[in-house]
Design a protein around this ligand. Structure first.
Ligand code: F6P
Length: 364
């Protein structure tokens, strides 16, 4: 290994709590293990494509453990467009390689979710030394038990449901709470369980509208004040919609008058039961603010592990929690896969035992 290692760091995709803690982990451990030179790349792959970066020093990374968001900035640069030359005539992949060389990097550390990992793998296959770190509130990255950011969002989601519970009870209302999670329902499942939801609708278990109504009626009859709490994942859909291709389904949704799925479910409830119903969508609130203590520790552990991978020159890997132990998987193995909720997993079984409905007669 060369005495000095030039490390480029970028954060890409939706932000989440714990990104700064992870960056700090990479930087601090690097200073401990070897002599690093750190280049902060602005706004994820945008900065790498456009050559927007700056040299950073140890002091730049102080006081950021508890800070939400990302000090490097982030943006969404879809993987599917990476190899497409658009109107600006920019060859994004070539530019990224060129800028990597221009910065004189020995390694690029990419902190991000599924899309980020796909591009990280592409760059690795193009010959760059890349190390990934799994962040997302969605917890849907393949082959890691958990991603940082998830725990904080799950705490916030649970708090939102708790607060909605008390007002639902006061007014005797059905409250439909939409929780982020476009493809995977982990955040809805955990927050719904944590907050004591009556119904949880997940993308992995397409719901039957009749069963949702039955569950709401069962619940409201049981409570003296006619209230029920429904948690709907952002990407949930009905059994009918499940027969369509994802693209068709999304196009149909876009044409409807519903701003999002929670409004569709609320409309169903009002039209079938006449119950007083409201929608709450915490949206980006779920991923804002300071990371939980758990996420600070997890992100720090992942960050320091990444520094060891750099030290060993073990590139083309992404850090992971594997059966409770910090380790790594190859970017190749992880890229392009999504970790979905298995309808037969223990957590879903436990929710069913608690009397929570998933809006179906039987979870298969
Ligand atoms: O990937 C995390 C996530 O929070 C998803 O749950 C959600 O679908 C998406 O980001 C929202 O993204 P944006 O910030 O682009 O609105």
């Amino acid at each position: 290994m060369k005495e000095k290692q030039r490390i480029g760091i970028l954060t890409s995709g939706g932000d989440c709590p714990g990104l700064n803690a992870a960056i700090r982990g990479v930087v601090r451990a690097s200073y401990n293990l070897f002599e690093p030179e750190i280049i902060g790349i602005a706004d994820g792959y945008r900065g790498l494509i456009e050559g927007d970066y700056k040299e950073m020093h140890e002091d730049d990374f102080r006081g950021i453990l508890t800070l939400g968001g990302t000090i490097l900035g982030t943006s969404r640069r879809p993987y599917r467009a990476m190899r497409v030359i658009e109107e600006d005539n920019v060859d994004k992949v070539e530019n990224m390689k060129k800028n990597y060389r221009k910065m004189g990097l020995d390694c690029l550390v990419t902190l991000g979710g599924n899309g980020t990992h796909k591009t990280a793998n592409l760059l690795s296959e193009e010959g760059l030394n890349v190390i990934g770190l799994p962040k997302t509130i969605d917890n849907d990255i393949w082959a890691t038990d958990i991603t940082f950011g998830f725990h904080t969002a799950f705490e916030i989601g649970t708090d939102v449901i708790d607060r909605i519970h008390t007002t639902a009870n006061s007014h005797g209302r059905v409250m439909v709470i939409e929780i982020m999670g476009n493809k995977a329902g982990w955040l809805s499942l955990y927050s719904g369980l944590g907050g004591g939801a009556d119904v949880i609708l997940l993308p992995e278990i397409p719901y039957d509208p009749d069963e949702v109504i039955k569950a709401v009626e069962r619940r409201t009859k049981k409570s003296q004040r006619n209230f029920a709490i429904i948690v709907v994942a952002e990407g949930a859909f009905s059994k009918e919609e499940a027969k369509m291709k994802r693209k068709e389904r999304l196009a149909l949704r876009a044409q409807s008058n519903y701003p999002s799925v929670a409004y569709q479910v609320a409309d169903l409830i009002v039209s079938q039961t006449g119950l007083d119903t409201r929608v709450v969508n915490p949206g980006h609130y779920l991923r804002g603010g300071s990371p939980s203590a758990y996420d600070r520790v997890l992100a720090s552990q992942f960050g320091t592990y990444a520094a060891h991978l750099i030290h060993e020159e073990n590139y083309g890997q992404t850090v992971a929690m594997i059966n409770g132990k910090v380790g790594h998987n190859s970017l190749k193995e992880v890229a392009g896969k999504t970790k979905f909720v298995d309808p037969n997993c223990d957590l879903v079984r436990s929710a069913l035992d608690l009397g929570i409905s998933f809006g179906v007669k039987k979870v298969k």
